[in-house]
Write a protein of this length. Structure first.
Length: 325
């Protein structure tokens, strides 16, 4: 059966890197036909049409149809996968409250449209920043959708951490298991190597503490800003790749003996307040994320996790005060 995948911000740079991979079968697999719904703001509809023309020109065997709209109620109608990429970026002179309000104006109505029109099995991934809090806003407008269907993306941070560690230890990324990103998709995120295994041994014990603290953590946490500085634009292909990885893992599951990172609704695990959308170590089985339980958290990790969770609480309080959730 054809699966409807909705992509918001479809004419943006992540959209351009994402749509062709979805249509080629990399999101849901080579056996699953897809139809694409491209949601854009009215002035960007023409650009979205251009992208749709290119999608047509690929003659993808799995692609059953393309819809282009500026109406969230149309875009999410019958959607089983919703990739919320379009967001309001911070511009010069914009206060944090203005940014949160502008995004509330996007993610509130989109959450409501998902609630009212999406398929019963809808899965939502928020990529647009501030991703965790935008996901919280969308979720709060979708009371009829199970909370665990709303997620935010920290898979890019996870992949960045895998790559940095692989380079340090000179091993292929495939040898690294059980890496975790905790907290917010922001520079406060905590990439945790204390449970990560490389060649069956704990990664944190294979690198020196100074590298872990002063090089690894800040490199991963500030990678987004470093890409912007180098490219003059924020990461797009790697962000699209991480979105593909996130949904693919969600649908097809994590391999035995490993886990990944995703921002999911907290059930109170590891002292993260219930309801916050925070990154955890997660496995996926039968199409459902589960937070990995029972990990011992040392004092260093505790402090880092708490710092990032504090930031999420502050963002939640700010959107609550603005009446956005
Ligand atoms: P972009 O500016 O190139 O594209 C964004 C698109 O969203 C634009 O085409 C815009 O018209 C559209 N848009 C704006 N409001 C919309 C709305 N209400 N409905 C539908 N579309 C709307 O930006 P980009 O490079 O594609 O990045 C998109 C977002 O992803 C940004 O917020 C960026 O910060 C974020 N991002 C997140 C991660 C992550 O790891 N979570 C990584 C990279 C980028
Ligand atoms: C990233 O991690 O690359 C992005 O979230 C950076 C950004 O601000 O868009």
């Amino acid at each position: 059966m054809t699966v409807k995948v909705t992509v918001t911000g479809a004419a943006g740079q992540i959209g351009y890197a994402l749509l062709f991979r979805i249509a080629s079968g990399q999101l849901l697999g080579a056996e699953t036909p897809v139809s694409l719904s491209l949601l854009e703001i009215t002035p960007a509809l023409k650009a979205a049409e251009g992208t749709a023309m290119e999608l047509d020109d690929c003659a993808f065997p799995l692609l059953q149809g393309i819809e282009i709209t500026d109406d969230p109620n149309v875009a999410f109608d019958g959607a089983s996968v919703a990739l919320l990429v379009g967001a309001r970026p911070r511009t010069a002179g914009m206060e944090r409250g203005d940014l949160l309000s502008a995004n509330g104006g996007i993610f509130g109505p989109q959450g409501r449209a998902i609630n009212d029109h999406a398929a019963d099995d809808v899965r939502v991934l928020v990529v647009g920043n501030p991703a965790n809090t935008n996901a919280l806003i969308a979720r709060s407008h979708a009371p009829d959708v199970p909370a665990d269907r709303f997620t935010a993306m920290t898979r890019l941070d996870h992949n960045r951490a895998l790559s940095q560690l692989a380079a340090k230890l000179q091993v292929p990324v495939t040898e690294i298991k059980k890496l975790t990103i905790w907290g917010n998709h922001s520079p406060t995120m905590y990439p945790d190597l204390y449970h990560t295994e490389v060649g069956g041994k704990i990664a944190a014990e294979q690198v020196d503490g100074e590298w872990l603290r002063d090089t690894f953590i800040p490199t991963v946490a500030k990678r987004g800003a470093a890409i912007i500085e180098a490219r003059g634009a924020s990461s797009a292909a790697s962000a699209a790749n991480a979105a593909i990885d996130h949904v693919h893992t969600w649908v097809h599951g994590t391999p035995p003996g490993d886990w990944t990172s995703a921002a999911v609704v907290s059930d109170g695990s590891y002292g993260v307040p219930e309801g916050l959308i925070s990154s955890f170590p997660v496995t996926s089985t039968g199409g459902h994320w589960e937070i990995v339980q029972g990990l011992a958290i040392d004092a260093f990790s505790r402090e880092r996790i708490d710092l990032s969770v504090r930031e999420l609480l502050d963002e939640r309080d700010a959107v609550q005060a603005l009446g956005l959730i």
